[in-house]
Design a protein around this ligand. Structure first.
Ligand code: NAI
Length: 448
C-alpha cells in the first residue's frame, strides 16, 4: 500500500498545504542503490573532550567520504563527533559547542554519529555524562528532521573494530535507523576467520562472498528482502519457508541463485533438518519467520498464544540450540534474530506477539557472550518498527497512518531497511557487534 501522504508532501502544493496545517513533513529518504552507493557530500570529524581512540581518522578516511571542514558553509553529508573522552559536565559542554554551529547545515538525509565510551562503573561522573549522550542523541534525532539520522556508537576498543558499523551508519543503507545506541566491543572481531582457515573477503561491496546464509520465512516480505540483500553481498542464500509457500520460495531462490528449503520451522527436528541440508555448515542464520495472531488477552484463546510463541520464540530457541550443538554454524558465524518494537514497547492486542519478541531480545542478550566464546558466533537482533509490507497494509487506515507517522522520520520503513541492517550485522567484519538489539524504526515514538 503506497504511502500517498509521502508522495503528496513531495509536491509543491502538498508541502505548502501540510506546512500550513502543521502536519508531519516526511522527507524522501535516500537509500542505497548501485548507482548511488554512498552519501553525497563531505564528512566533518569533530571532537569533544580528549579523544581516547587513536585510529579513528584512518577508519573514517576509508569510508570514502571526503573530509569536510567543520564549518557550516561546508554542508557536510555526515558529522562524526568523537565524544569518547567526555568525562565530566565541562567536557560535555564541548558536545554542544561542536555540534551547535554545524547541525543546521547537515545535508538532507545526512548522518550525525556520536561516538561514546562504555560507562565506567568506577567513575560516576564519567558514567553520568556518557549516559547523557544517549538522551542527547535521542533528542537530537527527534528534532533534526529532513530525513537526517542521529545515532550513538559506544566504542569499547579501537575504531577499527567499529569500521563495519561506521561504514553502515555513514551510508544510505542506514536510512531508517535513527536514535540507536550500538555498543561495539574490542573482542572477537573474527574478521575473516573461516573453518578452512582462509581469509574472508576484504571486499566491502561483497563482504559475504563465499559464505552461506539461511533466512527463515524468506518467501516474501522482509525475509525476501533480507535474502536479496545477502545475495547482493555475495552470499549463497537458502530460502526457507513453510511447505505451503514452497513455490514462492523456489521463485525467490532461483532469482538469487540460491536454494529453497520447504520446512516448517516449528518442526521439532527443524535444526537437524537444516544441518542435514547443509552438511558443510553455514555462516549466517537469520531468524525472520514470524506470525501475528492479535487479540486482547481477555479474548485470546490458548491456541493463539501458543502458535505465536511457537513460531516467534520457541522455534528460534530450538533451532539455534540444535545448530550450535551440532557445530553447524562455522566460526565467524552470525545469528541475526528478528524482534519488534512491539516487544520492546508493548502493543495493545499483542500480548502474545510482544512476549515472543521481547523473548527474542532476551535470548540474544544472554546467548551472545557464550556463543562468541564457545563457537566464535555473534548473536544480534533487529527490531523493526512500522515496515511497509502486506502485513501492515492490512492494518486499518487510521492505525496504519499513526504507525507510519509516529516516528522521527514521519514515514514507514521498507523491507530493505531491515535487510540492510541485517546484512551489516551478518558481515565478517561485524564480529565486535554482539548482543545488540538494533531498532529499524525511524526512531519510533513507541518505547525507549
Ligand atoms: P510476512 O507475514 O510477510 O512473512 C513472514 C514469512 O514467514 C512468510 O513467508 C511465512 O510463510 C513465513 N513463516 C511463517 N511461519 C513459518 C514457519 N512456521 N516456518 C517457516 N516459515 C514461516 O511477515 P513480515 O512482515 O515480512 O515479517 C517478517 C518478520 O519481521 C517477522 O518476524 C515479523 O514479526 C517481523 N516484524 C515485522 C514488522 C512489519 O512491520 N512488517 C514489524 C516488526 C517485526
Amino acid at each position: 500500500m503506497a504511502d500517498r501522504y509521502l508522495s503528496f508532501t513531495a509536491t509543491a502544493p502538498g508541502r505548502f498545504l501540510t506546512r500550513r496545517l502543521g502536519l508531519p513533513q516526511p522527507a524522501a529518504l535516500s537509500r542505497f542503490s548501485p548507482e548511488r552507493p554512498s552519501l553525497t557530500g563531505g564528512l566533518a570529524h569533530l571532537t569533544a573532550g580528549k579523544t581516547i581512540v587513536g585510529d579513528l581518522a584512518a577508519v573514517l578516511s576509508r569510508t570514502g567520504l571526503p573530509l569536510a571542514a567543520a564549518d557550516p558553509a561546508a554542508d557536510p553529508a555526515a558529522v562524526v563527533l568523537d565524544a569518547t573522552g567526555v568525562r565530566d559536565v565541562d567536557s560535555l559542554a564541548e558536545v554542544h559547542a561542536a555540534l551547535h554551529p554545524v547541525v543546521r547545515s547537515v545535508a538532507a538525509s545526512g548522518r550525525v554519529v556520536v561516538l561514546g565510551a562504555p560507562l565506567d562503573p568506577e567513575d560516576h561522573h564519567q558514567a553520568a555524562v556518557q549516559q547523557a549522550l544517549e538522551g542527547f542523541v535521542r533528542s537530537l534525532g527527534k528534532e533534526i528532521g529532513r530525513g537526517r539520522t542521529v545515532n550513538l556508537v559506544r566504542l569499547g576498543g579501537d575504531a577499527a573494530a567499529a569500521e563495519s558499523t561506521l561504514r553502515f551508519l555513514l551510508s544510505p543503507k542506514s536510512a531508517y535507523v535513527s536514535g540507536q545506541v550500538i555498543a561495539v566491543t574490542s573482542e572477537g572481531p573474527e574478521r575473516s576467520e573461516r573453518s578452512d582457515g582462509s581469509e574472508g573477503s576484504d571486499d566491502w561491496s561483497r563482504p559475504l562472498a563465499g559464505r552461506t546464509a539461511l533466512v527463515t520465512g524468506a518467501a516474501r516480505g522482509i525475509g525476501e528482502a533480507v535474502a536479496e540483500t545477502l545475495a547482493r553481498d555475495g552470499a549463497h542464500v537458502v530460502v526457507l519457508d513453510v511447505p505451503q509457500a514452497e513455490e514462492d520460495a523456489r521463485r525467490v531462490a532461483a532469482r538469487l541463485g540460491g536454494t529453497a528449503l520447504a520446512l516448517d520451522i516449528t518442526a521439532a527436528d527443524a535444526g537437524e533438518r537444516i544441518a542435514a541440508e547443509l552438511p558443510d555448515g553455514l555462516d549466517v542464520l537469520v531468524h525472520n519467520a514470524g506470525i501475528t495472531r492479535d487479540r486482547r488477552l481477555v479474548n485470546m484463546p490458548a491456541e493463539r498464544w501458543s502458535s505465536v510463541l511457537d513460531v516467534n520464540l520457541a522455534s528460534v530457541l530450538r533451532t539455534t540450540d540444535a545448530l550450535l550443538a551440532k557445530g553447524a554454524l562455522r566460526p565467524g558465524g552470525r545469528i541475526v534474530a528478528t524482534a519488534s518494537i512491539a516487544g520492546l514497547a508493548g502493543n495493545a492486542g499483542q500480548t502474545n506477539y510482544g512476549a515472543s519478541k521481547a523473548g527474542v531480545a532476551g535470548l540474544v542478550r544472554a546467548l551472545a557472550p557464550r556463543a562468541l566464546a564457545g563457537h566464535g558466533v555473534t548473536v544480534n537482533a533487529v527490531a523493526p518498527g512500522f515496515i511497509e509490507t502486506k502485513m501492515t497494509a492490512a492494518v486499518p487506515l487510521f492505525i496504519r497512518e499513526a504507525g507510519r507517522r509516529m516516528n522521527s522520520l514521519a514515514q514507514g520503513g521498507l523491507p530493505v531497511d531491515v535487510a540492510e541492517t541485517t546484512a551489516w550485522l551478518a558481515q565478517p567484519a561485524s564480529g565486535a557487534v554482539n548482543g545488540q538489539v538494533v531498532r529499524v524504526c525511524g526512531q519510533s515514538l513507541l518505547g525507549a
